[in-house]
Design a protein around this ligand. Structure first.
Ligand code: NI
Length: 256
């Protein structure tokens, strides 16, 4: 098995204390690549450091919509600098989260648009976080993201209809363990509605362990195999074929 966890937070304190163990358990489960995703200035730095320490760990840099209110010119300047490092493979996570509104919506929009500009500047793919803001996210992308080809809606929680809107624009969709949850029938319909070549898998760990490990408080990349098995079944595919295809999609997307 060869799989890439395309969205994990290895620098978060639940995981960062035992990185060697986390990576080793991952490898034993068939997960052999990790994209550790930046969420604020501090984690962006830590993600890059981690990626520079381990061969198959890659970093992204971005400011989570929750933290958009704290973004200054200096934050964006540092983001630009980090974006040019060799192991940095994407901009994000960025986007809109109108569920919590930890940052005012107007500021979230502004910061999201700035991230799109940086991605374009350095020709990097974009990881989008969109929660209860689907129409607004698409609206911004239609206006400011037209020439960005590699863009993924991460931790997709939308409907089949929304998934089609994403796919029609040439974008990608990535699924977490949420797809394995009992009440996630809408997400399962989204999986069925999209072509395999636009699908990626992630943990978004340390959050949201997949079934049957949902009781495990701290999620980690090793558990992604359960999500992969579940998705392969939904796609009526042999697990090895599914993993090979998704792994090659992920490598092409991030250029690794
Ligand atoms: Ni995340």
């Amino acid at each position: 098995m060869k799989l890439i966890d395309t969205h994990c937070h290895l620098t978060f304190k639940q995981l960062s204390g035992d990185i060697a163990g986390v990576l080793q358990r991952s490898r034993a489960a068939g997960i052999t690549g990790w994209i550790t995703v930046g969420t604020d200035a501090e984690h962006n730095r830590k993600c890059v450091e981690l990626a520079e320490r381990f061969d198959d760990v890659y970093a992204t840099v971005g400011i989570h919509p929750h933290d958009a209110k704290d973004v200054t010119d200096e934050t964006l300047e540092e983001l630009r600098e980090l974006a040019q490092r060799e192991k940095v493979v994407a901009i994000g996570e960025t986007g809109l989260d109108f569920h919590y509104n930890f940052s005012p919506p107007e500021i979230q929009r502004e910061v999201f648009i700035k991230h799109l500009a940086i991605a374009r500047e350095y020709n990097l793919p974009v990881i989008v976080h969109s929660r209860e803001a689907f129409d607004e996210t698409i609206e911004i992308l239609d206006e400011h993201g037209k020439d960005i080809k590699r863009l993924v809606f991460h931790c997709f929680g939308g409907s089949a209809e929304q998934a089609k809107i994403v796919i029609d624009r040439g974008y990608y969709i990535s699924f977490t363990g949420v797809v394995t949850f009992k009440n996630a029938s809408g997400v399962r319909e989204a999986v069925s509605a999209i072509p395999l070549e636009r699908l990626m898998v992630e943990t978004d760990c340390p959050y949201m362990s997949p079934e049957p490990m949902r009781k495990q408080k701290v999620n980690e990349p090793a558990l992604m195999i359960h999500t992969a098995k579940y998705l392969a079944k939904l796609k009526e595919m042999d697990l090895t074929d599914f993993c090979e295809k998704v792994s090659s999609t992920s490598r092409d997307f991030f250029g690794i």
